[in-house]
Design a protein around this ligand. Structure first.
Ligand SMILES: [Zn+2]
Length: 260
């Protein structure tokens, strides 16, 4: 009896030891150089965190996008201070989305820091949802503070409706292939023209919605949408396909609401 107990205990210990070693000896993830990610089965959002070492944040606790639910009105928030100048037109097809790189000299001021506007790009359909409602398109205006590495992204929902005169100016020139570009420094526009007239927004701490999913983003998602025609939305969707990451768990985060 005594012997048998010891044998069982020893056997169990060996099993536990093997299990622990197996966990430790798993192959380390490879470098991300040359790693291809996308939105399909094997390279899609469910696998990003396991593709390579620098993409592990994609499995982190404060990821984006989210379904904007349970938002809390915060009377201390103010309209986002946007100091935007005009920019020439610099379009890039990244292979994941259509991106417009923005000339230097524009910024937002959020939580005591200045964040220069670097680029904006499109997702079809929307990445965030507003109380469960999804939109056919979402614009992301990416502002980066180079000193801190922190990022502010302003999200603007696009719903199907009247033609968007700003997008109309870009659509004939959207590059059809990955890494394709179109440049016209004299064709200027202001990102401010894309912003809804009503300045109400939702604000929460999150991440980039694409690898490496860095958890350095203060998200500002405008409550009110802008419009584009069905044909305009289709023109973007045809080139970038489906490029919306699924909603991520909110966890213990709160979503603040500012009434503009
Ligand atoms: Zn985006």
């Amino acid at each position: 009896m005594h012997f048998s107990f010891k044998t069982t205990f020893l056997g169990l210990s060996v099993l536990l030891f093997i299990a622990a070693c197996k966990g430790k000896d798993e192959e380390p993830l490879p470098s991300c150089t040359g790693v291809i990610w996308g939105y399909e089965d094997t390279d899609g959002p469910d696998y990003w965190a396991e593709l390579c070492i620098d993409y592990t944040p994609c499995g982190g606790p404060v990821q984006s996008p989210v379904n904007l639910l349970g938002t809390i009105y915060d009377p201390t928030l103010t309209d986002i201070a946007q100091t935007y100048s005009a920019s020439g037109t610099h379009i890039l097809n990244t292979g994941h989305s259509l991106q417009l790189n923005y000339d230097a000299g524009s910024s937002v001021f959020v939580d005591g820091d200045t964040y220069p506007l670097v680029q904006f790009h499109t997702h079809t359909h929307s990445e965030h949802a507003l109380y469960g409602r999804e939109f056919p398109m979402e614009l992301h205006f990416v502002h980066k503070n180079a000193a801190t590495g922190k990022i502010v992204v302003i999200g603007v929902f696009v719903e199907e409706g009247a033609e968007n005169s700003l997008l109309a100016g870009f659509i004939p020139y959207l590059p059809a292939t990955k890494n394709g570009t179109y440049d016209d420094a004299t064709a200027t526009f202001s990102a401010l023209s894309f912003m809804p007239a009503d300045k109400s927004y939702f604000k929460y701490a999150g991440s980039l919605t694409t690898p490496p999913c860095s958890e350095v983003v203060t998200w500002v998602v405008m409550e009110h949408s802008i419009t584009a025609s069905a044909a305009q939305i289709a023109a973007f969707k045809m080139l970038e396909n489906e490029n919306a990451r699924p909603h991520q768990a909110l966890g213990g985060r709160t979503i603040q609401y500012h009434k503009g």
